[in-house]
Design a protein around this ligand. Structure first.
Ligand SMILES: [Zn+2]
Length: 399
């Protein structure tokens, strides 16, 4: 821990994060521990007597990796069937490969599928509070969110070198599935696919399947930086905005479940509240991995396969904060996976994801067993809170 003498936001955020880590521990999606984290947040905000506290249940898949594992297994089966002499086997291969590719892409882009819905599900919850503006008629709304759950700790994520391969492996697995599909459809009607070609295409898919099986069996990460830090910051910010509401901006503080298995908490939230959200100009700030690093990072682009570019308006505002607040250095960066901003952006809202970064490094201790309480830096937590506050106050002043 660095900068131990930082007061206020950093200390408050740290105290919440410590409670989540020491009293609850890893908070896997749909587990009783994830629920305990939601209960902790609910107790905290209810104690401050905010105008409105909401607890909203939903059901979500229990695994981020299972859909990709099953889709890849379908691709492997298609590779095998495509080498058979029977036309029925080859047509089955073409259908299977096409279905696997479609499913894999939809999952990677956080879209619902009937195949995904057929996999095991569990109970989860969102907790959120509304903090009214002081003006009788608010001009805008700001939703600040942080997810409550923690990811598993796959072998692939246990060292920075391996983690750097994550994006390449995702692209490689997807491209080989796309090549299998093309081959099944183009070659299948005319005759068997040569075994050597099918074997070559199966190799990256076999690696993807092995990694998905390992990931699904790995223990849940303690989740200090991802994402107890953000939950702590959001609680600290909620307490602040309750005591000092913005003039023209209604603030919603949203603690989501099931981000780590495909951002199901935010999907549920947007589906449930779209009518009310659309009645007022609404922006989102997503807090992720804000507990380690001397620089604030704002994500300008994200996505596993299909890439999404986030709001230029909020990016310009983040750049303005970085220019005007010398003690809040901030840099743009690109995310290699998905986050809740993907869902928000696709629903048509302006959003920005904030992280804290160690210069020259990607997300610290991401999905790692080393993501423990001792890694959290009071200064990083404090900067994240102050950066959100700086963005919120500038939004509040904008017409
Ligand atoms: Zn996260």
């Amino acid at each position: 821990m660095t900068e131990p003498n930082r007061v206020d936001w950093g200390q408050r955020a740290y105290a919440h994060a410590r409670w989540l880590l020491e009293e609850i521990g890893p908070r896997g999606s749909t587990t009783p521990q994830e629920r305990a984290a939601a209960e902790y947040v609910h107790r905290q905000v209810s104690g401050w007597d905010p105008p409105e506290v909401h607890w909203e249940r939903f059901r979500a898949p229990t695994s981020a990796w299972r859909p990709f594992g099953v889709a890849t297994a379908m691709g492997l089966l298609a590779n095998g069937l495509a080498t058979r002499t029977s036309p029925a086997a080859r047509w089955t291969a073409a259908a299977l490969a096409g279905l696997a590719l479609w499913w894999g892409f939809r999952e990677s882009d956080l879209e619902e599928t009937w195949l995904g819905q057929a996999l095991p599900q569990g109970a989860s919850q969102n907790v959120w509070i509304r903090i009214p503006a002081t003006a009788a008629i608010p001009r805008r709304r700001l939703v600040i969110l942080a997810h409550l759950d923690t990811h598993r700790s796959p072998w692939l994520f246990q060292t920075p070198t391996r983690t750097a391969w994550f994006g390449r492996l995702v692209t490689g697995g997807f491209l080989s599935l796309a090549a299998s599909t093309l081959l099944c459809w183009a070659r299948g009607p005319r005759g068997p696919v040569p075994r050597s070609v099918a074997g070559l295409l199966a190799l990256p898919q076999a690696v993807t399947l092995a990694l998905a099986v390992d990931a699904d069996r790995s223990p849940f990460s303690p989740g200090a930086n991802d994402n107890a830090a953000a939950v702590g910051c959001l609680l600290a910010l909620a307490e602040h905005f309750l005591a000092h509401p913005l003039r023209h901006t209604e603030v919603w503080c949203l603690f989501t479940g099931c981000e780590e298995v495909g951002c199901y908490g935010i999907r549920h939230f947007l589906r449930r509240h779209w009518a009310e959200l659309d009645r007022l100009s609404t922006d989102f700030i997503d807090l992720e991995l804000v507990g380690v690093g001397s620089v604030v990072g704002y994500l300008v682009e994200e996505g596993l396969i299909r890439r999404h570019r986030y709001s230029p308006r909020l990016r310009a505002l983040a750049e303005q904060v970085a220019r005007e607040e010398p003690d809040l250095p901030a840099v743009p960066h690109r995310g290699g996976a998905y986050g809740e901003s993907v869902v928000i952006h696709k629903a048509g809202y302006d959003t920005i994801t904030l992280n804290c970064l160690v210069p020259g490094q990607d997300a610290a201790y991401w999905h790692s067993m080393a993501d423990t309480l001792d890694k959290l830096e009071m200064g990083a937590l404090d900067r994240a809170c102050r950066f959100v506050h700086a963005l919120a106050t500038r939004l509040d002043r904008s017409p």
